[in-house]
Design a protein around this ligand. Sequence first.
Ligand SMILES: C[S@@+](CC[C@H](N)C(=O)[O-])C[C@H]1O[C@@H](n2cnc3c(N)ncnc32)[C@H](O)[C@@H]1O
Length: 245
Amino acid sequence: MSSQIEIKPYKKSTSSKKEQVALMFNNIAKRYDFLNHFLSLGIDKIWRRKTINQLEGLKPELILDVATGTADLAIEALKLQPKKITGIDISTAMLEIGKKKIEQKNYDSIELIEGDSENLQFENKSFNAVTVAFGVRNFENRPKGLSEMYRILKPGGKAVILEFSKPTQFPVKQIYNLYFNFILPAWGKFFSKDNSAYSYLPESVNNFPNGQAFLDELEKAGFINTKSISLTFGIACIYSGEKVS
Ligand SMILES: C[S@@+](CC[C@H](N)C(=O)[O-])C[C@H]1O[C@@H](n2cnc3c(N)ncnc32)[C@H](O)[C@@H]1O
């Protein structure tokens, strides 16, 4: 059991965080892409591009995109021209949307399958790179999820993780807090029709370790050469780590 504070989407429910997260993303799947781009003013696309750029030197052949959702990061990873990208997620509704996008565009090298990041169905040392965008924050047991990512990487492999973070400088911090804690949950609630999903978002971000604290978690999972790159005044961050042997 992990010692992290557990933030769940539905306060009144007694089901596990994982079940609640899957339910929440199933509920909002149809509006997820629209809300993502609308609420982030389209910046999320730039963040995903920069995340994949971190793998350019590695030229990975086999990529696993964990918590792939509607597959936007997996699709962005196509520019690395890998042999195959596998995307896994616990939300079947998110995967359905992702599958439609992939079919429409004939992205044959992407395969989306159901799977749990904390118990990956792949053998040790199966992938050259593992990617996650806005997924790690939702894990029920983050240390388990990170060590699974480490386990399935081949030696010489690299993990890149995109996640929200908390800006610390005036006035971005104040504007961000206002937007993220008040405006975004209200719009999110209105458009997604899920009362909890967009209150859970700021709460889960507030409870996610910032900067070095998260790099420490990556190192505990076995990663070396860990690095963080702050994006857009610290609103998001790209974390990376490598596996030697
Ligand atoms: C905010 S969405 C991010 C989706 C996508 N990566 C993107 O960039 O838009 C988070 C996703 O993480 C998935 N997720 C959460 N916990 C998971 C777990 N333990 N295993 C697999 N997927 C998980 C959710 O179902 C959801 O689709």
